[in-house]
Design a protein around this ligand. Sequence first.
Ligand code: NAG
Ligand code: NAG
Ligand code: NAG
Ligand code: NAG
Ligand code: NAG
Ligand code: NAG
Ligand code: NAG
Length: 561
Amino acid sequence: MVIPSMEKSNAAVCRLRRYAFPLVCFLWTSFSLALWVLNDGIHIKQFQPPRPKPVPQTYNSSIISAVDMGISDEEWERLQKSLDWPMPDQEITHLNQSTSPVHSTFSIVGLKESYKVGENISVIIRARDHNDKLKRYGGDFFKAKLFNSDLKASVYGEVVDHHNGTYSVAFRLAWEGQAHIHIRLEHSSEVVQILKKYRESSFPRSHYSGYFEGSGPNKTRISEVVECNLKWGADGSWRKGDCCCEHKDIRTGTVWQCVRPKKLSCDKLVHHSLGRFENPLNPFEQQLFTKKLTNVAIRGDQNIIHVLPNTTAIGTVEKCRTGTMTPVPSGFYLRDVWKSFVCNTRQFSSAQMGNCLKNKIVYLMGDSTTRQWFEYFERNMPGIKRLDLHTPRTGGPLMAVELKNNTIIHWKPHGVPLRFTKMLITDLHYISNDIDEIAGGHHVVIVFTFFAHLVFHPITFYVYEVAKIRQSVVALLSRAPETIIIIKSGNTAGLKNIFQSDWYVLQLDTVMREMFRDIEGIIFLDVWQMTSCHYLREDIHPGPIIVANEVNMLLSYICPT
Ligand SMILES: *[C@@H]1O[C@H](CO)[C@@H](O)[C@H](O)[C@H]1NC(C)=O
Ligand SMILES: *[C@@H]1O[C@H](CO)[C@@H](O)[C@H](O)[C@H]1NC(C)=O
Ligand SMILES: *[C@@H]1O[C@H](CO)[C@@H](O)[C@H](O)[C@H]1NC(C)=O
Ligand SMILES: *[C@@H]1O[C@H](CO)[C@@H](O)[C@H](O)[C@H]1NC(C)=O
Ligand SMILES: *[C@@H]1O[C@H](CO)[C@@H](O)[C@H](O)[C@H]1NC(C)=O
Ligand SMILES: *[C@@H]1O[C@H](CO)[C@@H](O)[C@H](O)[C@H]1NC(C)=O
Ligand SMILES: *[C@@H]1O[C@H](CO)[C@@H](O)[C@H](O)[C@H]1NC(C)=O
C-alpha cells in the first residue's frame, strides 16, 4: 500500500480547502502558527481554540438501512452492539477536557513477590484529563502489552473499559523470567469520537483518480484524468448533480463514480490510482490529534514482575483447525517466535514449506499485507519463480510457480476503493467475485484480508462488502467443502490520524469476525495481537520477523500436525 505523507504544508491544505471552506483555511493558518509556538515549549492550556464546527455533510449516511447492506435487521443490531464504543457525555470545547497521556496512570493490582508461568496479573488504568481530574466516562483507546526485551518476549493485553474512566487489563504471564508493563494511550475518547463522526459523515477523506483513455476525433490517443470515488447509498454521491460516470459492478452492486470526462465517453476508464487526502478537521479537532497526545506511553508501576517456571509446560498440542474465535491472549513471543495458545503452531524450514504447499494452488487476496506473504514465499520457498505478468511490481496481480512440486501462488489486490499507485482498473477485482470463480477443492487455499483501504469509507459500506464475501465463501464451501479458507485479520499500524487509525481497523476487524462467527469451516488468523505486542515499531507493513511468524502460523493451519 502506498501511504503518502500526511504532513501537508499549510499552503497545500489551504489550496485544497479554499474552494469549499475559506474560513477554515484562514483559521487553519492561524492555528498552524500557534502550533509552531507550542513546539517551542509553550503550554497547551494557553490556546483559545475556536468552537468546533458542524461536520460538513455530503450526504446523510444514517439513512443506510440493513437492507441496503444486504443483512437482516437483527444482524445489524448485533453488529452495532459489538461496535458500540463509549463516547464523551458532554460537548468538548476545550483541550483540557480530553484525556491526558501525561496525567493518566496505571497500577498493578496486588503485586506479588513472584508469579508462576500461566498465572495472570491485573492492571488498572486511571484516565485523567489535562487538569489532572479523573475522567468520568470511558472510550479512551489504550494499547497494552507485557514484555521482556532481552528475551524478545511479549504478550498482548486486552483493555476492558469500565465506562467510568477506569480500565483494566489482565495479562497472562507466559514466559519464565522478568516482565514489564507497557501501556499507551493511542487516542483519547475525544479523538475516537471525532474518528467516528467523520467515518459516519462520509466526508470524502480519501480521493482517487480515474484515467480515461481513448481515440479522439482525429484518431489520436487522448487521455483525461478525473476524480473518482465510491457512491454509497441511493443518495450517496460525493458530488452534487449530474456530474459523473457510474461504473457499477454488476455482481457486487458496488458503484464507482468518476467525474465525466470532457472528451471521452464513460466506458473509456482504463487506469486507477490513489488521489489526495482531504482533511475534514477544524483547528480545534486538529489540536486533539497532535503528536504529543497520540500514541503516547503513560506512566505507571515500573516494578519488575518476576515469573518462576511451572512444572507443567504452557502451550497446547491441539491441531490447528477451523474456527473464528480468538482468545486473548492468542499467543506470545519468546525469542521472536510466536507461540500460539490456540493450537500447535510450528516453524517451517524452506523444505517443509515446499512440502506443505506441494500440489496446492494458493490464492492470496486483499492488499499489500498479503503481498508481503507472497514475497515471503518467493524468497523462502525452494524452486519458486515469479512469472512476469507484465503488471506493476507492487500493484500486481502477481503469480509464482514451483514446477517440480506443482505449487502455484497468486496474489491479487481487491477492488476499488483501493489506494494503490496507477494500475489497470481491469486488474482490480472484488474478493467476492474472485471467490465465485474458484472451483475450490482440497488442493485450494484461499487467504484474504480486507481492512487497510476500507478505513476511509463508512462502516455500513464495509458491512455490505463483507456480506458479499460471506455469500461467496458459503457458496464455495458448499460446492467444495475441503477448500481451505483463511481470513487474515487487520494488523496494527500505529497510524493515528483522521485518515488512518488502528481504531478504524479494530472496528473493521470486529465486523469481519462477527459476520463470520457462525460460518463453519473457515479459519480466522489473528495478526492484530502479533503486530500490537511486538517490539518493532508498528507499521502498516509489519517487519520481516513478524511476517515470518505470520506465515508460519498460516502454514500451521494449512499443514497441521
Ligand atoms: C480549560 O481551558 C479553557 C481555555 O483555556 C479555560 O477557559 C478553562 O477555564 C479551562 N477549564 C478548566 C476546568 O481548567
Ligand atoms: C439523517 O437521517 C436520519 C434518519 O432519517 C435523521 O434522523 C437525521 O436527522 C438526518 N440527519 C441529517 C443531518 O440530515
Ligand atoms: C502449574 O502446574 C500445576 C501442575 O503441576 C497445575 O495444576 C497448575 O494449574 C499450573 N499452574 C498454572 C498457573 O499454570
Ligand atoms: C487467567 O485468565 C484467563 C482468562 O481470563 C483464565 O482463563 C485463566 O484461567 C486465568 N489463569 C489463572 C491461573 O487464573
Ligand atoms: C468503575 O467501575 C468499576 C467496575 O464497575 C469499579 O470497580 C470501579 O470502582 C469504578 N471506579 C470508579 C472510580 O467509579
Ligand atoms: C487531434 O486532436 C487533438 C485534440 O482534439 C489535438 O490536440 C491534436 O492537435 C490533433 N492532431 C492532429 C494531427 O490534428
Ligand atoms: C519438492 O518437495 C520435496 C519434498 O516433497 C522437496 O524435497 C524438494 O526440494 C521440492 N522440490 C523443489 C524443487 O523444491
